[in-house]
Design a protein around this ligand. Structure first.
Ligand code: ADP
Ligand code: MG
Length: 574
């Protein structure tokens, strides 16, 4: 390790030099309050930024021990530190700049969800922040003076402003940890009470706009209020007994006029699998971890998925117990999305009519009369939703404002009226009973689908003889020559999750977890166990700065594998 002065000296000699000379600053430097590691120096101003790490002694930071003495608390405090660092850097403004991404000090802080991420690690001895920096440049020449100002003024100020307890807002840090712990407690409460989801009274569910995940402002947003019949109280360590709407296991229908808040409610549940930052409005919304949002996704590929509970007798005798296609329809894609989710452990399905294939959801009496069952391959979800519940323990929460056909099968019917829920189960039952409907159920019991075994030859991370695995934004993964499209995978909420998913697939491949014997579910078990034991960093192939990851769920790793267009699988013997 070198004294920080040596970095100064190196920078002075770099002023005005070509960018490639910059790699001389790689190394470890002792600053008064921290150690700076420059792990990687970008070869040119337009390349991905340089990678830095900062380590501060835990004794120096003075973070109270009780804020990070459990995994839940540690994750929340790490998240807080990273956000705080980002905020300080933002206030400092950008230095110099010039070409490319020059002059920007960055940390991978998240959006509204709190996720375990690699940007910060609180360890017994030290806190480590993982940063990136676009080295400032003029044309292709290094602006060493600017770099010096960033590394010797901005960076120390940002480190002191975020990593020293005395300089952070202690109450805000505590609140951050508390909402995270309360969310965990709500999840425990769901299990204890046989609920699948919970929304606290007073929650703000609508977002600012379709393009922003921030809460809608208060005069306009109508705070959530549970209908009396569904009101439950769950214990939390910090907010005490929290009152709100508990959605029981079984089949829940959300009805109501257009624009009355149905999809907004479902979207809040979709994200309720994750904890949210204070003041998000959804801090006390919780959905069980095995909850999966399902939608139709025409055009996707499907590899040997048993969709026969929903689709049989396709034209030309196409197999539906091991259904494959390069170009799924709305209904076959939605059926596959359900079966794949169940395969890796989903037990709560969220479905919105807005993003569903109508012919997958319903088939009414008139249509049954016109088109006989023999000519209709689809058994609508309507006729299988009870089998899912009774034989497979799968609950469904369904938004359906356009058809009353689900009234007879629903256990709970919630009507959204001016953004507020009302329980109308009895009314809906009565209406269903009074209606003289000659509709006949077309459902029948079905077995659990056979597990699938991914075959190793379906994964090729190479492109032009080089390994190429990368995320492009939130919804695209590049895997070798393939592009995985996650635009219908709504529970990926952070681009760093996307990156982790791509690398998790590569990791499983490198570890030979895709051995042609393990089922997809077993591969995910192995990867998850490694991430739990060694941290998310295990996905990284680098020493030092591991890259920016946020923890993905098992379901979303599976979703990406299932959308890889070269995926080859066999069905396991049952
Ligand atoms: P639906 O699915 O019933 O047609 P949406 O959930 O899409 O309705 O909501 C319609 C509009 O109302 C959206 O712009 C949404 O942001 C807004 N909205 C939803 N819930 C609330 C609420 N609680 N307070 C204020 N506006 C809301
Ligand atoms: Mg809607």
């Amino acid at each position: 390790m070198l004294p920080a002065d040596r970095l100064q000296d190196k920078l002075i000699t770099l002023e005005g030099k070509g960018y490639a000379a910059g790699k001389a600053i790689a190394g470890a430097y002792r600053f008064p309050r921290f150690v700076l590691y420059i792990d990687h120096v970008q070869p040119d101003p337009f390349a991905p930024p340089s990678l830095l790490r900062v380590q501060v002694d835990v004794a120096e930071t003075q973070f109270p021990r009780d804020l990070w003495d459990t995994t839940t608390r540690r994750v929340a405090l790490e998240d807080f530190i990273v956000r705080r660092f980002r905020e300080v850097v933002r206030r400092q403004g950008r230095r110099g700049g010039g070409s490319g991404r020059g002059g920007v000090l960055m940390v991978d802080a998240g959006g509204q969800e709190i996720l375990p991420r690699t940007a910060c690690r609180l360890r017994e001895e030290y806190v480590e922040l993982r940063l990136s920096l676009g080295l400032p440049a003029e044309g292709r020449k290094i602006q060493a003076k600017q770099a010096q100002a960033i590394l010797f003024e901005d960076l120390p100020a940002a480190v002191e402003g975020s990593l020293l307890w005395a300089n952070v807002d202690g109450r805000a840090a505590r609140r951050h940890v508390e909402v995270q712990e309360d969310h965990t407690a709500l999840l425990d409460g769901l299990r204890a009470k046989g609920l699948v989801a919970f929304i606290a009274d007073g929650s703000i569910l609508p977002r600012e706009s379709g393009g922003s995940d921030l809460p809608l402002g208060t005069p306009r947003a109508v705070p959530f209020r549970s209908p009396p019949e569904l009101t439950v109280t769950l214990p939390t360590p910090h907010r005490g007994a929290v009152t709100g709407m508990g959605i029981p296991e079984g089949i829940t229908l959300i009805v109501g006029g257009g624009f009355h808040g149905k999809s907004t409610l479902l979207a809040a549940l979709t994200r309720g699998v994750y904890p949210h930052v204070p003041d998000d409005g959804r801090e006390h919304v919780a959905a069980r971890p095995d909850t999966v949002k399902i939608r139709s996704e025409d055009g996707r590929r499907i590899a040997r998925v048993d969709i026969s509970p929903f689709i049989t007798n396709l034209p030309f005798g196409q197999e539906t117990q091991a259904f494959s296609t390069e170009n799924a329809s709305g209904s076959t894609s939605q059926a596959a999305n359900i079966m794949e989710a169940l395969e890796v452990g989903a037990r709560v399905l969220l479905i919105d009519e807005d993003t569903s294939a109508t012919n997958f959801m319903i088939r009414d009496e008139a249509m049954q009369r016109l088109v006989p069952k023999a000519l209709e391959p689809i058994t609508p979800f309507l006729d299988q939703v009870r089998h899912l519940r009774d034989a497979h323990g799968v609950s469904t929460i369904l938004v359906m404002g356009g058809s009353g056909d689900y009234f007879p099968v629903a256990d709970t019917v919630i009507l959204m009226e001016n953004y507020l829920p009302r329980l109308v189960t009895e009314e809906a039952r009565r209406i269903a009973a009074e209606r003289r409907d000659g509709r006949v159920s077309e459902g029948r019991a079905f077995e659990r689908a056979r597990a699938r075994v991914p075959l190793p030859h379906g994964f090729n991370p190479y492109r032009d003889r080089r390994i190429r695995v990368d995320a492009k934004g939130l919804r695209t993964i590049v895997f070798g020559r393939e592009t995985i499209d996650l635009s219908a995978v709504e529970q990926v909420v952070d681009p760093s999750q996307t990156r982790a998913i791509g690398d998790a697939i590569f990791y499983a491949l490198e570890k030979s977890y895709f051995d042609g014997e393990r089922t997809l579910s077993q591969v995910l078990d192995a990867v998850t166990a490694d991430m739990e034991q060694h941290g998310l960093e295990v996905l990284s192939t680098y020493e030092g700065h591991p890259g920016d990851y946020a923890l993905p769920r098992r379901n979303e790793i599976a979703a990406a594998i299932n959308r890889l267009r070269t995926l080859a699988v066999r069905q396991a013997e049952s």
